[in-house]
Design a protein around this ligand. Structure first.
Ligand SMILES: Cc1cc2nc3c(=O)[nH]c(=O)nc-3n(C[C@H](O)[C@H](O)[C@H](O)COP(=O)(O)OP(=O)(O)OC[C@H]3O[C@@H](n4cnc5c(N)ncnc54)[C@H](O)[C@@H]3O)c2cc1C
Length: 432
């Protein structure tokens, strides 16, 4: 049996562990608990993705629906509902999901990892070292860097948490002259105010004054005053964490893989961190399966993981850039100036153009392995689309490009398949 060890029991490590168990692998997971209690906002899509990954216990008690208010560029709107994930409860649920799936859990802090082509040695605080043939690095932002990757503007988020009076569950986001703040209140009165600023230009005071400084900044904001009221703050705490967007230079080797924030960590503005960490984690079991059972496809499997992680990272970075650019009140403030330009000037969503579609061979996932197939490359999906509703698109697109009629090309599909493929074609700019 190949021994597989996963480091880190966040959503990414847990999703890989469950996926590997489904493929029949024995898995050991080593993790310590997070050191602070955060609350994080996620969309309904993220809850569905977590459910799809089999993380049912993690979700059962952790998610509270909340009406989110957005104050951006001087405008205020009540946007959609977001769900507030209480991370300590969520992380406990993840451990329960892992236990029920038969994953061997080792509670402990990983001190160091020594890796070679023949395997890995993992040193754990106060325990015997572990040996692994294959290593999954899922320690989030705490995973050691592998060298110089792509980094966004250096950013830090200062979280203030305190006990206020019970009230309605609510959350809000507000742009500020030198950053932005996310705030939330749980029904039990736990309050969170998270202020995200630029490391080089924020002019923050030393550690001893930071808590008072944050409180003052919070009280300067009319939005925060209205949101929290002026009730007393019991047990006020501060926790600082880096929130710089980081893409690791390498995310897969022949006997290791990086997933979640260890592979790419996004700007928390997107509210997509958990979604992104799941995206890279959900594809990892098939990549690992291929590396272990079909070594002749190792290069293809590594390429699949690397390209997908990079593409996802850049897509979200560009969406974030456009959101920063929507705030036009402080164009000369360093925080806004650098973020409205990073990572580049490429558009986030390209216009559909049927005549620009290309057909190429590319790595895809088939039956639990990475395989190669013809895919359709679109401006918005540079890695290609293989099929819709089980219908391979490349042969159909090729025939349409040779001027065969849509009726002929789509004949033979079921009604549902025809409907889905037709709507995909129209979205690509196809004119019947
Ligand atoms: C300020 C901030 C705000 C955010 N807000 C949101 C939000 O509102 N919505 C959202 O979707 N995402 C948000 N995120 C992102 C989200 O937290 C991450 O994307 C997500 O948790 C990544 O999952 P992961 O499994 O990769 O890593 P993590 O969830 O970080 O899990 C890593 C695990 O590894 C463990 N670990 C770390 N080091 C060691 C070690 N040496 N030994 C043993 N175990 C170790 C940790 O204890 C942890 O259990 C935010 C991030 C930041 C920085």
């Amino acid at each position: 049996m190949t021994s597989i060890v996963i480091l880190g029991a966040g959503p990414a490590g847990a999703a890989v562990a469950l996926g590997l168990r489904r493929l029949g692998y024995a898995v050991t997971l080593v993790s310590e608990w997070r050191r602070f209690a955060a609350l994080e906002g996620v969309s309904l899509r993220v809850l569905e993705a977590l459910r799809g990954a089999g993380l049912h216990h993690a979700l059962s008690e952790a998610a509270l629906p909340s009406q989110r208010q957005v104050n951006w560029n001087g405008q205020q709107h009540a946007q959609n509902v977001e769900f507030l994930l209480d991370r300590p409860t969520f992380d406990r649920g993840l451990r329960e999901d892992l236990r029920l799936a038969g994953v061997e859990l080792v509670e402990g802090r990983v001190l160091s990892v020594q890796s070679a082509a023949s395997g890995h040695r993992i040193d754990i605080d106060g325990r015997q070292a572990l040996a692994a043939d294959f290593l999954v690095e899922a320690r989030g932002r705490q995973a050691p860097a592998l060298g110089k990757g792509l980094r966004g503007p250096e950013t830090v988020s200062l979280l203030n948490r305190w006990q206020g009076a019970p009230g309605n569950t609510a959350s809000a986001v507000e742009s500020l002259e030198d950053g932005w703040a996310w705030m939330a209140r749980r029904a039990d009165g736990q309050c969170y105010w998270q202020w995200t600023v630029d490391v080089s230009s924020a002019g923050l005071p030393g550690k001893a004054q930071l808590l008072d400084y944050c409180r003052q900044r919070r009280q300067d904001s009319a939005v925060a005053r209205a949101f929290f009221g002026d009730e007393p703050e019991a047990d006020l705490r501060l926790h600082a964490r880096s929130s710089t967007a980081i893409l690791s230079p390498q995310v897969c080797g022949d006997n290791w893989i990086r997933v979640g924030d260890a592979a790419m960590a996004v700007d928390p503005l997107s509210g997509n961190g958990i979604f992104q960490s799941l995206s890279s984690a959900l594809q990892a079991p098939a990549v690992i399966n291929t590396l272990l059972c079909k070594p002749e496809r190792a290069a293809l499997a590594r390429r699949f993981h690397q390209q997908r992680v990079e593409q996802l990272f850049l897509r979200f970075a560009r969406i974030g850039r456009d959101f920063y650019a929507d705030e036009a009140r402080w164009p000369d403030q360093p925080f806004w100036q650098v973020r409205r330009r990073w990572p580049d000037a490429e558009i986030a969503h390209a216009e559909a153009d049927f005549n620009a579609l290309r057909i190429e061979r590319a790595p895809v996932l088939r039956d639990g392995f990475v395989d190669e197939a013809e895919v359709v490359i679109t401006a918005d999906q540079p890695l290609g689309i293989w099929h819709v509703q089980g219908v391979e698109l490349a042969p159909l697109v090729r025939r349409l490009m040779c001027r065969e009629s849509a009726e002929q090309v789509l004949a033979g599909l079921t009604v549902e398949q025809g409907r889905m493929v037709r709507s995909w074609l129209l979205a690509q700019g196809f004119k019947p």
